[in-house]
Every structure is written in structure tokens, then in C-alpha cells.
Design a protein around this ligand. Sequence first.
Ligand code: GMT
Length: 374
Amino acid sequence: MKLGITCYPTYGGSGAVATELGLELARRGHEVHFITYDSPFRLRGYAERVFFHQVETRMGRYPLFDHFPYTLALASKQHEVVLREGLDVLHVHYAIPHATTAYLAREMLRGVHQLRVITTLHGTDITLVGQESSFYAITKFSIERSDAVTAVSTYLRDETFRAFGCVSCDLRVVPNFVNLQEYHPGDSSDRCGLVPADHKLITHVSNFREVKRVKDVVRVFARIRRAMPATLMMIGDGPERMDAENEARELGVVQDIRFLGRLDTVASLLQASDLFLLPSQTESFGLAALEAMACGSPVVATRAGGLPEVIEDGVSGILEPVGSVEAMGRRAVELLRTPERHAAMREAAIARAQEYSADRIVPLYEELYQEVLR
Ligand code: GMT
């Protein structure tokens, strides 16, 4: 098949999933065309059958526009690439504005070229942004006009029905997946030379937005640090980073936290990690947690959104209510102090992640493409 993928190319779960999907599809022999304003961050280097088409985000100094109309530029680019390359399916990730631009591109092609549009809902496109009054009607309209819609968890599917009453949609759950060639258990005693040998290594990866509650990451870590030598690796960047640093200073743990910023690859750190913290306000799925589990790091997370679909509390990880830093800290310490329980949870996390391997999940998308083309 010839497939187009549009996503946000920047750091974030939806762009990560879209890119990994494109790469997997290309490995399976499909031709994949990414259409977005920048090369997706996980698209590292050359891959056979993978193409990137850049959407303009600027134009000459035309004084009428205070803001460049990116949505129109994207729809035009999608139209152009679909026609030139003869694409069968345009698979867009994150509804806003991608479901709308895909709808426009398909309308522009009506009678000229048959295009099928698939929208994958990822999270805040439904739970937050899509419900804002400026976006609600057009998000609902564009989702309903897609030829197929998927959600990355049952939680997100139910939220979509609740918020949008999207009755005309055949809203299918296709969970996120993990590339086990890259994310697999490693030698957990190899600390990459980053932390003292007697320290527990705790990790967190996110885009440091409010929803991630990064101050809670620091608070849980402070409780661990009080109980044992430990280092926290904070990977990623975003608006809440300064708050997290200030919290670390206030709690007196800043010397044991490394703010590493954005990294291209995190697998080696996750393989060395004893525990991964994800105390988010909500997560439609929690791809970061799945990748940590695949690398053998148990996750302490919140019982929020789709996280309980991925993590089984007390078995493959630990779940506590949003904001319960005391309970998360206490259970993290108990786990880290009991090597046999930690080893059992690590094994259960690895086994759980294998249920979400790319080999199992990507064929579900291929079946969907075939269905919409029939
Ligand atoms: O919805 C978002 O906040 C954006 C999105 C992203 O691009 O980071 O994250 C969501 O999609 C990921 C991939 O499907 C999920 O793993 C995340 O749980 C989800 N984030 C939220 O629901 C907050």
C-alpha cells in the first residue's frame, strides 16, 4: 500500500507512535510518506520506502497574516502529495487540526482520486483541547467524516463517546505498541557511568507539561531519596521544567537529580533504571510507561485514564490516585528495598510490554487499511 502519515513531529507520544508505525509499515513493505512541518523526531536517518514531505510554515512578509495559516498549507500539501504519489490512505494522528486537513484534502480530490482517511485519537485532542469551545464542533465534524477512527485505549474511546457522542463513528481501539528491537531489557547493572554504583536509578520521561505533574515526580523521588541513595534522571523538556527544578531545590534533593533535556534515544537509560515515575493527571495510554516496562523498569504511576489498561497494580507496576505522592513514595521504597519483589515486578513488566509488541499491534492497522479500501 501507499500510505500518508501526518502527525506532530515534535517530542510527544502521538508523534512517536505515528513515526514508529510508519517505520514498521515500511519494514513490512509499504511505502510511507510523512507529511508534516518538520522531520519527525523519531525518524532518525534513512529508511527504505520512507519519504518526508515538508509543509511550509512561513511565507514572504505578507502583511495581512499575523499568523501563518498552517492548516491550509497542510491540507494543500496533503492534497498535492496524495495526488502526485498516488496514496491510498492518509492516516492522521491527533485530531486537531489533522483530521480536518485530511477531510479537506479528500474533498479536494473528490472525483479525481480515491483517498481514505483514518484518524487516530491520542489524548488531549479529545480530553482537553477538543472540548474547548473554539474546537469542539470542528473536531466532532472531522472525526465523524473520517473513514475510520481509532483510539489508543478503551478509556479514550469511552471519553470520545462521552464528550462527543460520536454515534456515527465505528471507533475502534488499537492500543499503542513498542518496538522490542529497540526497547528491550538490558544489563540493569550497567549504569552508563551516570550514577554512583550504590544509587538506585529512577527515571522520568515526558514533555514536562502541566498534565505530567513533574513536581510530583520530584516529590516522590524526595521520599525515595530519604530512604536510600538514589539518583533521578529527568528526561525531556517543557513548560514545567523550572517548577520541577525549584521543587527539587526546596526539597533539598536537587544535587541528586539530573535534568538531561531532550534525548534522541532513551532505551539505554531505561534499561539501567530501577524505577520509572509517571504520576500524570491523566494519560490516555502512557507510551512512556510501556517503553520503560519493555526495558525492564517497573513503573509507579497514577490510576488515571488508560494507565490501568497497561499497568496491573501490584503485578507489573504500582498505581495510586493522582496526587498521592506519599503512597507512591512509600510503595516505591518498599519495592526497591525488597530485591525479590522488584525482580518479580520487573519480569511481569517485561511480559506485559511484550503483549504490546509492534508485531502484534501493527497488523491491526494494516487490517484496518485493507478494510477501508474495500
Ligand atoms: O494528548 C496529548 O497530550 C498529546 C500526546 C502527545 O503527543 O504527547 O500524548 C498522548 O498520546 C500518547 C500516544 O498515544 C499517549 O501515550 C499519551 O498517554 C497521551 N497523553 C495524554 O493523554 C496526556
